[in-house]
Design a protein around this ligand. Structure first.
Ligand code: FES
Length: 107
């Protein structure tokens, strides 16, 4: 198991044991984490799974997928350098301890 911490806009933190191979989005949905809607189910067509990778993890979660940036530009909350679609972040041992921040709005 790999631990991922979700931080709400109000600073509330939830740490989840995530299964390797799932996406960060799937981990959030399966554990009732508020703030991830994932309307398209992970098809990279909605941007309602937007998250901000914690600065300490910047550069350690890989590059954005092709087309991911275009979707992020449509996200309800501002796109930042650390913005990712959580459906495109795969859980692996390499990201054990990952912290992601959730945006104010997803839709
Ligand atoms: S779930 Fe729709 S883009 Fe990630």
């Amino acid at each position: 198991m790999v631990q991922i911490t979700f931080v709400q806009p109000d600073g509330n933190r939830t740490t989840i044991d995530a299964a390797i191979g799932d996406s960060v989005m799937q981990t959030a949905l399966a554990n009732g984490v508020d703030g991830i809607f994932a309307e398209c189910g992970g098809a990279m067509m909605c941007a309602t799974c937007h998250c901000y990778v914690d600065e300490a993890w910047a550069g350690r979660t890989g590059k954005r997928e092709d087309g991911e940036e275009d979707m992020l530009e449509c996200a309800a909350s501002e796109m930042r350098e650390t913005s990712r679609l959580s459906c495109q972040l795969k859980v692996s041992q390499d990201i054990d301890g990952l912290v992601v921040h959730l945006p104010e709005e997803q839709a």
